[in-house]
Design a protein around this ligand. Structure first.
Ligand code: FES
Length: 176
C-alpha cells in the first residue's frame, strides 16, 4: 500500500552513534566486493542506524565506490528505505479527507503530546516514530491509525491513549 508522507519535519532527527558507524563500516567491508550488494548493504545498514540520512548514504557510497546519486536513487525508490528516523513501532495517522473530517487531527495532536515529537520524528529511544499519511484506503473505518501492521479503526483520543499505553508497556517490559 502506497503511503504518502504529508509532513516530514526534522524534529526528532537522531545522530548516528560511534558504535553504529563502526557497525556500518563493518557491513560495507564485508560486502565491498559483492556484485549487486547495494540493496542488501542498505538493508543491513538501516537495521543498525534506524534510517538512512545523507551522511550514512555518503559513507555507503564511498565504501562501495559508488556515486552518491546511485545510493540516493535506490534509497528514494524503494519504500523499505527511509530517510527519516523510524521507530521500532511506526505510527501512521491518516489525515485524508474522511479521517480528517472524523477527527484525525485530534489524534495526531494527542500523539504529539504523548510522544513529545512531531510528524516525521522519532522518540529519542527510537521506540516510536510518527507519520501523518494521506488515505490508507480504509475510509469507511475512519479515523484510522496504523501501528506497525496493526490497523486501528474508528479511533478517538481515549481509545488511542489505551493503545499507546499498551505499546509503551510492552516496550518497557521487553527492555527489562
Ligand atoms: S481518508 Fe483515512 S483511510 Fe481514507
Amino acid at each position: 500500500m502506497a503511503l504518502q508522507v504529508v509532513t516530514q519535519g526534522l524534529q526528532g532527527a537522531l545522530k548516528v552513534a560511534d558504535e553504529e558507524w563502526r557497525q556500518i563500516d563493518a557491513i560495507i567491508e564485508r560486502n565491498r566486493d559483492r556484485p549487486g550488494g547495494l540493496i542488501p548493504v542498505l538493508e543491513e545498514v538501516q537495521e543498525v542506524s534506524g534510517y538512512l540520512p545523507e551522511p550514512v548514504q555518503r559513507r555507503v557510497a564511498q565504501g562501495l565506490g559508488l556515486p552518491l546519486s546511485r545510493v540516493y536513487g535506490v534509497v528514494t525508490f524503494y519504500s523499505l528505505f527511509s530517510m527519516i528516523p523510524r521507530g521500532r513501532h511506526q505510527i501512521r495517522v491518516c489525515l485524508g479527507t474522511a479521517c480528517h473530517v472524523r477527527g484525525g487531527t485530534r489524534l495526531i495532536e494527542y500523539l504529539r503530546r504523548f510522544l513529545k515529537i512531531e510528524e516525521g520524528g522519532c522518540t529519542s529511544d527510537r521506540e516510536f516514530g510518527l507519520e501523518a499519511v494521506r488515505c490508507l484506503g480504509a475510509c469507511a473505518l475512519a479515523p484510522v491509525v496504523v501501528v506497525d501492521d496493526d490497523v486501528y479503526r474508528e479511533v478517538n483520543p481515549a481509545k488511542l491513549d489505551r493503545t499507546m499505553r499498551k505499546y509503551r508497556g510492552t516496550a518497557r517490559r521487553e527492555k527489562e
